[in-house]
Design a protein around this ligand. Sequence first.
Ligand SMILES: [Zn+2]
Length: 403
Amino acid sequence: MLNKVIYFIGKHMINSINQINKSNSEFLYSNYNQRQFNVLNQDLSAPEQLKISNFKKEILPAGYFQSVAFVGSSINLLKKQPDVHCMYCNVLMLSENQQRDFISEVKHAKGKALINGLNKYKERLPKTEKKICDLLITTAENHPNCELNNLLEELIKEKGNKFLQIEAPNFDKHKKILDEIVKKAEHLTGQAKIQTDESIKNLKNSFIQRDEHALFAREKFIQEIGKYIRIEKKLQKANRKKQNTNRENLNYLETIKNKALKLPSIGTYSNFLSNVDDFIINYAGKSNKRIAQRLIRPIISSIDHVKPRKLKGEDTAANTGLACVKCNMEKNYKTLFEFIKEKPQIVHNPQNFIDNVIELIINNKFKQLYSYPAEFRETVKKESGITLNISRMEEFLKTKQKS
Ligand SMILES: [Zn+2]
């Protein structure tokens, strides 16, 4: 099973990420996202995290996925090639350049141009992303002057009522908790009070108005209180004289956070929202670039270790191949044997991948990669028992030697 953790950024947004093992450079995210991850990790209890993680199994991270970069490694040559097959699912993957071109194509596009852009890789996408593209295309037909982010806002408007209906039943209970939070905040002093009051105001507004983002206001609030707690802790360290005030502030902030955790969470609604709805809520309000990136991320080409690094797999070309981000994350720390056992349908794809790669090596005369197919074959044999056929490469090398 995938270990997934969700984290919340800014207004009304959740993202799920594969649990990051900090020592695993294969899953390096940008500092920004790493930081967000830490924030959430601190702010949510284990059952909370589990609840949320069950909610969002199929949503990939918002952060840039950076597969490990072997500086100067020959495998990077392959990663730059457009339309290489994923070694696990066989999907035609996008190179970084293709990703960049796609983003610049759709970033400021509207109407027909946007529809054309969205259609470009739609058929290659996993079903959730494909459905979202279809929805965006239909909406773009009706709103020819909308860019991506406006289209999501339109979809939220259409679906808004559905989200609000879910919210309705426990509203009185929410109000009681909100009142308790307000009472506790009255005891705060200094900057902590000013900031907390502001956060409470936003939280209350969202809950009372039951606007389309109400479900997410709690997450944002908890994140903010967590931030104030960390600031108080820092102050406490820096200024020992004021320790008592800080300590009181800290106690109140902790109580406020615990109370907020009793507010209904996104997890409560997990049975009501589909992944598509989830995507719409998460990405409405994000930049066009982020939305475009997220749409095609599952099929971006990434370097995957056949034998996971966690299991002492080596950082060598021989132990690596190219997998789409989705498969890379799904395989995670599994051995190839385990992964194939879990998904028997992928069994022939390492062969398809190496056929594809041999073609590329021969056509482009990638001398650095002449030994790669044989090495890869050996790794796959060791890790899964499957013997790949690389006769085309062997023949090519023989004729090379002769000439
Ligand atoms: Zn794949």
